[in-house]
Design a binder for this molecule. Sequence first.
Ligand SMILES: Cc1cc2nc3c(=O)[nH]c(=O)nc-3n(C[C@H](O)[C@H](O)[C@H](O)COP(=O)(O)O)c2cc1C
Length: 358
Amino acid sequence: MAVTMNTVICDLLGIRYPILLAPMAGIPNMASLVSAVSNGGGLGSLGAAYLEPGEIRQIIREIRQQTDAPFAVNLFAQVGPDDLTRLEEVNAGLDGARTALGISAPDRSAVVTPDLFEEQFAAVLEENVPVLSLTFGLLSEQHMERARKAGVKIIATATTVEEAVQAQEAGCHAVTAQGSEAGGHRGTFDTSVQRMGANIGVMALVPQMVDAVDIPVIAAGGIMDGRGLAASLALGAAGVQIGTRFLTSAESGAHPAYKQALLSSTEESTTLTDAFSGRPARGIHNKFIREWDAAGLKPLPFPSQNTLTRAIRSAAAQQDEAGYMALWAGQGTRLLTDGQPAGEIVQQIAAEAQRIWS
Ligand SMILES: Cc1cc2nc3c(=O)[nH]c(=O)nc-3n(C[C@H](O)[C@H](O)[C@H](O)COP(=O)(O)O)c2cc1C
């Protein structure tokens, strides 16, 4: 039986199945994974927030060499300037990790986060990327206007109904409902929300968001298979965005020690932490988080904490030391498969969901 899973999101984005690869900034070699998901009938997404504009252009070309299908690029919106006021205090809380890895604290002058957004945004428009997704905020009116003129579809991330309403009012074409189960950073941008972000589960968030906005809602967080897709559609979502399930796929560029940690984790393994970046994110609890929490410090605000801890994460990757990596993961990791091709995962999820529906 042919699998048909057509929803409004398929028509909007020009895809066969309502399955989006989550953008995953920081994961290397994303071109193969993005194109495999797009070739499989979903929408591949490149997490480009940490990439130089030239790298973004290069990876977009690599993706286009491997697929003719649509794909998305994702950027971080509304990131503030560096704030290094408490650098010495925070550095002291990171010394244990540095000693364990044999590296020293960077000079203050090395802890500078370049503001790449304008050039990244221009690269996305100039390369005629069909879909731009955003997290941490919304585009300014001026950027929205430029995106509209270029014909780019815009998807925002919302962690509350209020944020989704703002995304609709700003003219976004669709909104991702990021539940608290989700791996990686919380997309929360409403500044009235507490330090660890809005953490509403997908089951509660999706139907409330669907009732409040007219644009399509995409469910994200802990969705791993056709049961998750079918459930999301039942809640009124037009599709799903999936990250963690693809981290252990054949095309994933995630570090082998990270993949191992994912495959041996359970629904109890993750925690929300702002230790790595200054913004709350869900990842597997490890030595870095334990030592940071024991120090009892508040991190520098994003993006400074992220820039400050980058050398620790790089040294950990070089030394295969998962204890000091950021092991971003959602809560569904018992459902991971090891080394399965990403296109097959997309088609399997669609087929499983269709079986449930019929
Ligand atoms: C390793 C990793 C990196 C992520 N990076 C981004 C990102 O750059 N931009 C973004 O919008 N979301 C990012 N996310 C969050 C995803 O968009 C999505 O909300 C999440 O993966 C869904 O939950 P799941 O991982 O349980 O499927 C990331 C998630 C992971 C696991």
